[in-house]
Design a protein around this ligand. Structure first.
Ligand code: BG6
Length: 464
C-alpha cells in the first residue's frame, strides 16, 4: 500500500472506537500499512493513548501484538470543526511529522462526523492545505471519505454535494457505504453474473417477492444523540439496505467493474417507489442517554417498495430492520413463485427460495423440495448450502479494513456516486411521507406486533 497520512476526524466517536481504529490496527498488524502517520482529531480533550485504547475491547484478544507499532506513528489533536485556526495548526503538525517520517504527501481524511459538518470541514481542510484539489496524474494523492448518511434528505444531500464538488475533483471524493465492501455483498453481482443458472430466473416471471432484512441485537448503545436525529430508516435503509436492493435488482453491467456497476445501481434506484411502511420503537429507548424523553424516532421499520421497470414490475421488495431485536442477522431472500402441484396429495408448503446470508456467517443457500425416502411421494424441504467459513478457514477481512485498502488504492467502486445517493433519498423522502404511527415493542423481541399485521395485510410471510 502507498505511504500515506490518515487523518480521522471524529476520532473519539463510536464508529472510530468500534470499527475504524481496529481496522487500521489490523492493516498495520498484517503488514499492509507500513509507512504511515495516523492523526486522530476530535472535539474531546483526550490523550493519544486514551483515543487508541478505547478500541482495545473491539480487537480480538491475542491479536494485540502490533499495538506499539500503531502507537508509535499516531498523534491526537483536539479540534473544533467550526474554527479555521485549528485546521491551520493541524497542517503544521502534519507537515512536520510527514517530514520526520519521510512521507510523500499522500493524504486520506476520514470524516466520521455528522454530515452537517461535511461542507464546513472540507472548506477548512482545503483552505488549510491539508487536502488540495489534485488531478489524478499528480505525484501524490489527497482523498476524503464521507461517512454515511450523506445528508438527511434529498435537499440537504444536494447542498453538501454542491459544496464539496466546488472544492475537490470527483476522483478524490469517497461517499462510502461499508456494506459495499462486505465479502458477501461484493459477491452478489459476481455470483449473479458468472453463473448462468440465476439470470433467466431473476425477474417477475419467477420471483414472487424479495426480502432484505438487517436485524440487530444491539440497542442504541452510546449513540443516542446521533440516532435520535436519524432513526432506523435514515441510519440503514437509505444506504446499506437500498444498496443491497440495487445490487440484487440492477441490470447486467457491461463489465463487473466499479463505474459500470455504479451506473446500473443508480439506474435501478431511480425506478424505486415506496408503497407502505410500518414502524416501531423499543421500550426503554426514550431513557437512553442523548435521546429526547418524548422522542418518536423509529428504531424499527418495515417497508414495502416496488421497482417500476419491465424486469421487476409487480414484485414486492420488502425491507425490515431494527435495533434491540432478538438476533443479529443480515440476509436477503429471493422467494420464487409456486409451481403447479402435480401430486395427488402432500403438495409442498413452501416454494423455493435463495438465501443470501451476509451476517453473521457469509454464504448462499437454496431451498429445494425433494422426495422423502419411502414408497409414497412425500415432499420435504432441504437446503443446498455454501458457507465461507466451511470452505475457507481464514475469516474474511472486516468491511472497514477493505474500505481503507480500496480507498488508498483509489478504487472508486467502494464509493457511492452522488446520483445513487440522490435516488435513494427520493425513495426515503417518499417513504417518510407515509403517515403511520410508531408502535412500541419489547427489547429482544421480533418487533411490534402491529407490524405482523402489516405483513398479513400484504399477503407475505417473512422468512426470518
Ligand atoms: C451502521 C449504522 O452504518 O451500520 C449502525 O449506523 C449499524 O446503526 C451498522 O449498527 C450495522 O453494520 P454491521 O456491519 O454491523 O451490519
Amino acid at each position: 500500500m502507498d505511504k500515506c497520512t490518515i487523518v480521522l476526524l471524529g476520532a473519539t466517536g463510536d464508529l472510530a472506537k468500534r470499527k475504524l481504529i481496529p481496522a487500521l490496527y489490523t492493516l498495520v498488524a498484517n503488514g499492509k500499512l507500513k509507512d504511515f502517520l495516523f492523526v486522530g482529531a476530535a472535539f474531546e480533550d483526550v490523550t493519544v493513548d486514551e483515543m487508541l485504547d478505547q478500541s482495545l475491547p473491539f480487537i480480538e484478544k491475542g491479536k494485540i501484538k502490533s499495538w506499539e507499532l500503531l502507537k508509535k506513528r499516531t498523534v491526537y489533536q483536539q479540534l473544533d470543526f467550526s474554527y479555521e485556526e485549528g485546521f491551520e495548526y493541524l497542517t503544521k503538525l502534519i507537515e512536520k511529522l510527514e517530514k520526520q517520517y519521510n512521507l510523500t504527501g499522500n493524504r486520506l481524511v476520514y470524516c466520521a462526523t455528522s454530515s452537517d459538518f461535511f461542507c464546513l470541514i472540507t472548506k477548512h481542510l482545503v483552505k488549510a492545505g491539508i487536502i488540495q484539489k489534485k488531478k489524478q496524474e499528480e505525484k501524490s494523492w489527497n482523498r476524503i471519505i464521507y461517512e454515511k448518511p450523506f445528508g438527511y434528505d434529498v435537499a440537504s444531500a444536494h447542498k453538501i454535494n454542491k459544496c464539496i464538488a466546488q472544492l475537490l475533483y470527483e476522483h478524490q471524493i469517497f461517499r462510502i457505504d461499508h456494506y459495499l465492501t462486505k465479502e458477501l455483498v461484493s459477491n452478489i453481482a459476481l455470483v449473479r453474473f458468472t453463473n448462468c443458472v440465476f439470470e433467466p430466473l431473476w425477474n417477475n416471471r419467477f420471483i414472487d417477492n424479495v426480502q432484505i432484512i438487517l436485524s440487530e441485537k444491539i440497542c442504541v448503545e452510546g449513540r443516542g444523540i446521533y440516532y435520535d436525529k436519524y432513526g432506523a430508516i435514515l441510519d440503514v435503509m437509505q444506504n446499506h439496505m437500498l444498496e443491497l436492493l440495487a445490487l440484487i435488482a440492477m441490470e447486467m453491467p457491461k463489465r463487473l467493474t466499479g463505474e459500470f456497476i455504479r451506473q446500473e445501481r443508480a439506474k435501478v434506484l431511480k425506478d424505486v417507489n415506496a408503497v407502505d411502511l410500518c414502524m416501531g420503537q423499543y421500550e426503554g429507548y426514550r431513557e437512553s442517554q442523548g435521546v429526547d424523553p418524548e422522542s418518536n424516532t423509529e428504531t424499527f421499520a418495515m417497508a414495502y417498495l416496488r421497482i417500476n421497470n419491465p424486469r421487476w414490475s409487480g414484485v414486492p421488495f420488502y425491507l425490515k430492520t431494527g435495533k434491540c431485536l432478538d438476533k443479529k442477522e443480515t440476509v436477503i431472500y429471493m422467494k420464487f413463485k409456486k409451481v403447479e402441484c402435480l401430486l395427488t396429495k402432500g403438495c409442498p408448503q413452501e416454494s423455493n427460495y435463495l438465501t443470501i446470508q451476509i451476517a453473521p456467517d457469509a454464504g448462499f443457500s437454496l431451498s429445494l423440495n425433494v422426495k422423502k425416502p419411502g414408497r409414497l411421494y412425500e415432499v420435504v424441504p432441504v437446503d443446498m448450502e455454501f458457507y465461507h467459513s466451511c470452505l475457507w478457514e481464514e475469516k474474511s477481512a472486516e468491511a472497514y479494513e477493505v474500505l481503507f485498502e480500496e480507498v488508498i488504492h483509489g478504487e472508486q467502486s467502494v464509493s457511492v456516486r452522488f446520483d445513487e445517493i440522490e435516488y435513494a433519498w427520493k425513495v426515503i423522502d417518499e417513504l417518510k411521507k407515509i403517515d403511520v404511527p410508531v408502535y412500541p415493542y419489547e427489547p429482544g423481541s421480533i418487533g411490534p406486533f402491529e407490524c405482523d399485521i402489516f405483513a398479513k395485510k400484504h399477503g407475505m410471510r417473512w422468512l426470518s
